[in-house]
Design a binder for this molecule. Structure first.
Ligand code: WT7
Length: 649
C-alpha cells in the first residue's frame, strides 16, 4: 500500500492549478494541442512576428517544428520585457561560496550587464549561429554570458566547470566553438579549480577559438595570450550598454548541451528557440507555483540542463527572483542550505536526492538549528528519490508544510515531463506521479506493444512536445538511433518505469549502459575508454553498484596486459586518468583486477553477469555455459567476496 499525501490546499492557497483544472487543462492539451499551445504561447511569451503553424512534423521524419514562421528573442523575453514593471525587482540573488559574501542584481542591472556583454561578443566578431563555449563557476556572469549569446543569436554550449580540460576540449571541438567564456578560477568549498588553465589546454587543438573571455573571480595570476584573451571586467567598460535583441526564428538553434550516452562520445543535445522557452516558462510557473514576490532557489549547476531550464530560462522568462549559489551543501558545514534559506527567505527550494541523502545522514539537529519558515514548496530532480529520503525531506526539512514536487525529465526533454502539481496532485513518496500538459507517456515492452493499466516497461513519449530536443548536433543519425529507433513511433527516454493502479508513474532506472551517479549521467563506455588509455590496462568494464548517498557508484573490473602486476599504484593512475579525461566526479569508487572478463563467444563483455556479481545476486547469474570462458565467474566472485570482506573489516 502506497502512502498518499493529499494536495496541501491549505498552504498552496492560491495555487494556479487545482485538481479539476489540471484534468481539464490536460485534456485540452491532448485533444486540441494547437489551441492549447497557441493560447499558452500568447500568455507566456512576447513575439516579434506571429507563427504560421503551431506545430508540424513527426518523430519518424525527424522534422518537428513548433511555432514555425514566428520570430522572437529569448533574452528579450527573459530580461527586457520585465523592465516596464520590474526594473527595480531583484532578478538574481548571488550567494558566494563564502557565507559572508552575497549581493543582488535587479532586472535593470541585469539588462545593462547583458547588453554590454553582448556588445563585447559582437566586438569580437561573434555572430548569429556561431557556437560559444561557456565554462564558468556559479557566478552571475555565467547567466549574463548565456543571455548575451541568446541576445545576438549565438548558440551557447555550457560545459560544467567540473569537467576536465580534456572533456572540455572534446566539447569545444565537437561544436566547433569560436570563443570560450571562462573565469580565472572557480571556488567551491573554499577550494579552487583552475578554469582558465584548463581552457588554455583545451583550445590548443581548437584553432577556431579566436577569443577567450575571462571573468576575474579570484585574481589568481594566469597565463595570457595577448591577441586571444580578454578580461571580462575591462571589456564591458569599453562598449555601450545599448544592444538591440536579434529577432530569431522559432526553430533557430538556442543551445547545445552535452549529455552522456551508452555508446561513443557524449551527444550534443540541440534545443531550439520558441518551443524550449515556452515549455520551460510554463513548467516553471505551474510546477513551482511561482507567484510574484517569491524567492526561488535551484541548487543545480548551470552546466547541467536543470541549471539551463530552471535557473536561467524558466525563472527569468517569468520575471522571478532567483538565488544562485556558488558553493556546496557541506561548506562551511552541513547546515549551509538551511542557513541560506533563512538568510534570503527562500520560498521554493529545488535540489537533488543525492544532496538530500547526504544531508539526512548528518542528522536532524543541523536542520533544526534553522527556521525554514519561509519555505512553501520543495522539489527533487535528477534520480529516483527513495521513500526514506522523501519522508525526511517532507517531515524534517519542510515540516509537513511543503508539498514535494518530484520532477522527472532529461536533458533531451528540455523541461519537466512527469511531476505532481502542488495544488492538484496527491503525493506518493518516490513517485513522479502525473504527466505535464501536452505530455503523453506510455509504457511499452520489447516488442513495442503498449502496456495498459498497472504495468512496468520502457518509458516512452507518444507525441512531440514544444521543449523536446530537435537533434544531436551534427549527427541526426544518432538522434534517430538512440531516441527514435528502439520503439518506432515514440520518443524513447532510456528509463524503465512502473505505473500503479492509480495511473501514477514510478521511475525505476536506466535501461541502457548509463550510470546515474549523484544525479549525473555517465556512460560506462566513456569511463572504460578513459581507463584503457593506461598502457598497462588491457580491458575494463564498468558497472553500477547501488550506493546509499550517491544512488549508484562506479565499480570497475579490469584486466592488465601480460607481464604487468596490478597494484595500488596502478589503481591510483587509473583513477587519475578518469579525472583527466572526464573529471573527478566520474572517478570509480572501486577497481577489481581480474585475469579475464566474462565474454560471449563473439567476444562481447557480459556486463549483466558483472552486475550480478557486484550486487551479490549469485543465484541470478543464470546459465553461463554458453560463455567463451565460464570458469572466470568463480574467480570474479571469490575476489569480489574477498574485497567486500576486506572493506567491512
Ligand atoms: C535522467 C536524465 C532532468 C534534469 C537532471 C538530469 C534520471 C531525472 C528523475 C526523477 C527518477 C530521474 C532519469 C533520466 N532522472 N529526474 N525525478 N526520478 N529519475 O538530467 O542528466 O539528462 O538525466 O535522470 O534516469 O533519464 P539528465
Amino acid at each position: 500500500m502506497n502512502k498518499i499525501y493529499p494536495p496541501k490546499t491549505n498552504i498552496i492557497k492560491n495555487a494556479y492549478i487545482n485538481r479539476e483544472q489540471y484534468v481539464s487543462m490536460y485534456e485540452k492539451s491532448i485533444a486540441q494541442p494547437e489551441a492549447f499551445w497557441a493560447e499558452k504561447a500568447e500568455e507566456f511569451l512576447d513575439w516579434i512576428t506571429p507563427w504560421k503553424t503551431v506545430f508540424s512534423g513527426t518523430f519518424e521524419e525527424q522534422n518537428i517544428r513548433w511555432f514555425d514562421g514566428a520570430e522572437l528573442n529569448v533574452c528579450y523575453n527573459c530580461v527586457d520585457r520585465h523592465l516596464a514593471d520590474r526594473a527595480e525587482q531583484t532578478a538574481i540573488i548571488w550567494e558566494s561560496d563564502d557565507p559572508n559574501n552575497s549581493f543582488k542584481i535587479t532586472y535593470k542591472e541585469l539588462h545593462q550587464m547583458v547588453c554590454r556583454f553582448a556588445n563585447v561578443l559582437k566586438s569580437r566578431n561573434i555572430k548569429k549561429g556561431d557556437r560559444v563555449c561557456i565554462y564558468m563557476p556559479m557566478i552571475p556572469e555565467a547567466v549574463v554570458a548565456m543571455l548575451a549569446c541568446t541576445r545576438i543569436g549565438a548558440i551557447h554550449s555550457v560545459v560544467f566547470g567540473g569537467f576536465s580540460a580534456q572533456a572540455l576540449e572534446n566539447r569545444i571541438i565537437d561544436a566547433d566553438c569560436c570563443a570560450v567564456i571562462t573565469a580565472d578560477e572557480s571556488v567551491r568549498g573554499n577550494k579552487t579549480v583552475p578554469l582558465k588553465e584548463n581552457v588554455d589546454y583545451a583550445v590548443q587543438r581548437s584553432p577556431n577559438v579566436k577569443t577567450v573571455i575571462v571573468v576575474k573571480r579570484t585574481g589568481k595570476e594566469i597565463p595570457w595570450e595577448k591577441d586571444r584573451d580578454i578580461w571580462y571586467q575591462e571589456a564591458v567598460q569599453k562598449v555601450s550598454d545599448d544592444c538591440p535583441a536579434e529577432p530569431m526564428q522559432a526553430e533557430d538553434p538556442l543551445f547545445i548541451l552535452y549529455t552522456s550516452g551508452s555508446t561513443g562520445k557524449p551527444k550534443g543535445i540541440l534545443h531550439t528557440t520558441a518551443g524550449y522557452l515556452l515549455y520551460t516558462a510554463l513548467t516553471f510557473k505551474y510546477v513551482f507555483d511561482y507567484h510574484d514576490g517569491d524567492i526561488y532557489w535551484c541548487t543545480a549547476d548551470i552546466g547541467w540542463i536543470t541549471g539551463h531550464s530552471y535557473i536561467v530560462y524558466g525563472p527569468l522568462a517569468n520575471g522571478a527572483t532567483n538565488l544562485i549559489f556558488e558553493g556546496m551543501p557541506s561548506y562551511p558545514d552541513y547546515s549551509r542550505f538551511w542557513q541560506v534559506i533563512d538568510k534570503h527567505q527562500v520560498n521554493i527550494f529545488y535540489t537533488a536526492p543525492t544532496a538530500i541523502r547526504s544531508l539526512m545522514r548528518q542528522g536532524d539537529e543541523l536542520v533544526k538549528t534553522t527556521s525554514r519558515q519561509s519555505l512553501r514548496l520543495l522539489g527533487s530532480v535528477g534520480e529516483p528519490i527513495n521513500p526514506e529520503a522523501w519522508e525526511w525531506y517532507y517531515h524534517v526539512v519542510g515540516e509537513e508544510r511543503c508539498p514535494i514536487v518530484d520532477t522527472w525529465w532529461q536533458t533531451e526533454t528540455g523541461g519537466i515531463m512527469l511531476t505532481p502539481l502542488p495544488g492538484a496532485t496527491s503525493l506518493k513518496p518516490g513517485s513522479v506521479t502525473q504527466p505535464m500538459f501536452g505530455i503523453v507517456p506510455a509504457l511499452v515492452n520489447k516488442d513495442n506493444e503498449e502496456l495498459n493499466g498497472e504495468a512496468q516497461g520502457h518509458l516512452v513519449i507518444k507525441k512531440p512536445w514544444p521543449g523536446m530536443m530537435r537533434t544531436v548536433y551534427g549527427d541526426p543519425k544518432r538522434f534517430h538511433d538512440i531516441y527514435l529507433a528502439l520503439h518506432p513511433g515514440y520518443y524513447t527516454a532510456g528509463d524503465s518505469a512502473f505505473r500503479d493502479e492509480d495511473g501514477d508513474y514510478w521511475i525505476i532506472g536506466r535501461i541502457d549502459d548509463v550510470i546515474n551517479v549523484a544525479g549525473r549521467l555517465i556512460g560506462t563506455a566513456e569511463i572504460e575508454s578513459a581507463l584503457v588509455l593506461h598502457p598497462h590496462i588491457a580491458e575494463a568494464a564498468v558497472v553500477a553498484v547501488p550506493h546509499d548517498i550517491k544512488g549508484n557508484c562506479v565499480y570497475v573490473f579490469a584486466t592488465v596486459k601480460t607481464g604487468i602486476q596490478p597494484d595500488d599504484k596502478l589503481k591510483e593512475e587509473m583513477m587519475e586518468l578518469v579525472k583527466q579525461e572526464i573529471g573527478s566526479f566520474a572517478k570509480p569508487d572501486d577497481i577489481q583486477f581480474a585475469s579475464d572478463l566474462p565474454k560471449t563467444r563473439s567476444g562481447k563483455i557480459m556486463r549483466r553477469i558483472l552486475r550480478r556479481i557486484v550486487n551479490n545476486e549469485i543465484d541470478k547469474i543464470g546459465d553461463t555455459s554458453t560463455l567463451a570462458n565460464p570458469a572466470i565467474i568463480d574467480e570474479l566472485l571469490q575476489e569480489h567476496t574477498k574485497k567486500q570482506y576486506d572493506s567491512d573489516n
